[in-house]
Design a protein around this ligand. Structure first.
Ligand code: SF4
Length: 434
């Protein structure tokens, strides 16, 4: 169940149906003002909505006073063990304070922090981590770790409510992806406060991104979660933000910047696609518009599902085709494909529409048709998928299973089935970053 309540962290709404916020954490010593500000700017430039800074020492509080003023995005102070630092961080102007009520020194100290937070209208994130549960839950943890995590979180929520303070979000974090999914699902049934999602110590950029995509993606697709942080073992915090955005974009929960679609390639590949895709991906990073760009390794299947992209390229041995919105734009020499693609993207962004030259588009369409005809008998991955979809549809319509022919008869099988986006679990929760 999605959270009903909403909090405001320095102008960024969390929960209550607001767009899922992406956050990261600086990896610098917070007291190093210049280094911390550099990292905060990198996080903000990558699309971070919020940033968290560790505040383990007095000198970090001193830097925090300047950071909250200079930062382009709201700053959350991350405090452990020391309630005095939490109070000082709030007084320093932190837009939110993260603490674990279980390690801050008991309910009286939590109450002191809450009193100051209330006076400053500062929201808090209260969280539990597997591995630091209160002692009285250790037996339950051995028996049922998910229930123990949820119980700890609910007890902290009840403590806050007894203190008559409701301006907070809650996090349950675990290194285990299944436990993160199960505990957050359960917690979302029991409380209606906004939830912060993350996988603790997820790992390197590769494995951590995958774990986060599986864990957080599953929850977000269920409608659970209001802000996300991807934890990666890299100094470059902006990488965490990029991964967070890719998860939200994949679920179509938010839009930011371009989306790149690329075929997986196979033995029919007719140009150096690895290099081309890498170059396109890198050049797209400077665009903020949500333009969808497709790269196909060959023109054997026509434009296929890439026909839904705003722009795309497909290549043969010496020349390739630039297409837009399912229609050929023009043929270009292989070595000019990428430059010409970006020229077309820039032109269309500038004039607000794609300009087709009839003669060039016709020549491109002819070229595409010729390649499709020449390869009509090939059972490509896309054609196989189209045939499987057709067989599945026939079965669903009650016609029984349809045998898959060895190759599509009568030329290329064109599949223009509109993807069923309305049945997406995230339908109706889409937002555009403004
Ligand atoms: S057949 Fe499909 S997967 Fe293979 S190169 Fe062509 S577009 Fe890519």
């Amino acid at each position: 169940m999605a959270s009903k309540r909403q909090i405001d962290v320095g102008g960024v709404k969390i929960g209550g149906g607001a767009p899922v916020a992406v956050q990261s954490m600086t990896k610098t010593e917070t007291a190093d003002f210049d280094a911390t500000m550099r990292q905060i700017r990198a996080i903000a430039d990558a699309g971070g909505d919020l940033v968290r800074c560790a505040v383990p020492r007095e000198r970090d509080v001193d830097a925090l006073k300047r950071i909250v003023v200079e930062s382009p995005i709201p700053v959350i102070a991350d405090i452990h063990f020391n309630h005095t630092l939490a109070i000082k961080a709030i007084e320093a102007g932190a837009h939110c304070v993260r603490l674990n009520p279980g390690n801050i020194g008991g309910p009286e100290k939590v109450a002191e922090v809450v009193e100051v937070a209330r006076r400053h209208a500062t929201p808090m994130r209260i969280g539990v981590n597997s591995g630091s549960l209160p002692k009285h839950l250790h037996a339950l943890e051995r028996e049922n770790s998910v229930e123990a995590l949820v119980q700890a979180a609910v007890e902290f929520v009840e403590l806050m409510e007894r203190l008559d303070y409701e301006d907070f979000k809650v996090s349950i974090k675990s290194t285990s992806v299944p436990n993160t999914i199960a505990s957050n699902r359960l917690l979302s049934e029991r409380i209606d406060y906004p939830l912060h999602l993350g996988i603790t110590e997820a790992g390197t950029k590769w494995s951590g991104s995958l774990k986060s995509a599986v864990g957080l993606g599953t929850l977000l697709a269920d409608g659970v979660g209001d802000t996300i942080r991807i934890s990666l073992s890299t100094f470059h915090a902006e990488e965490e933000v990029k991964v967070g955005w890719e998860i939200l974009k994949a679920l179509k929960l938010r839009e930011r910047g371009p989306v790149l679609i690329a075929c997986p390639t196979c033995g029919r590949l007719q140009f150096d696609m690895d290099t081309v895709v890498a170059e396109i991906e890198q050049r797209l990073e400077s665009y903020l518009e949500p333009v969808e760009v497709a790269v196909l390794g060959c023109a054997v299947n026509g434009l296929g599902e890439a026909a839904q992209a705003d722009f795309g390229i497909t290549g043969a041995k010496n020349e390739g085709l630039i297409f837009a919105h399912g229609k050929p734009l023009r043929k270009v020499p292989q070595e000019r494909l990428v430059d010409e693609l970006f020229a077309e993207i820039d032109r269309s962004l500038k004039v607000g529409r794609t300009v087709f030259d009839d003669a060039e588009a016709a020549a491109g369409a002819e070229w595409l048709e010729r390649i499709e005809e020449e390869n009509a008998g090939e059972l490509t991955p896309e054609r196989l998928a189209a045939l499987e979809a057709k067989a599945a549809n026939a079965e669903a319509m009650g016609g029984g299973a349809t045998a898959l022919p060895m190759a599509p008869a009568g030329g290329a099988e064109r599949r223009q089935v509109k993807l069923g986006e309305d049945v997406s679990p995230t339908a109706g929760r889409r937002f555009t970053r403004t």
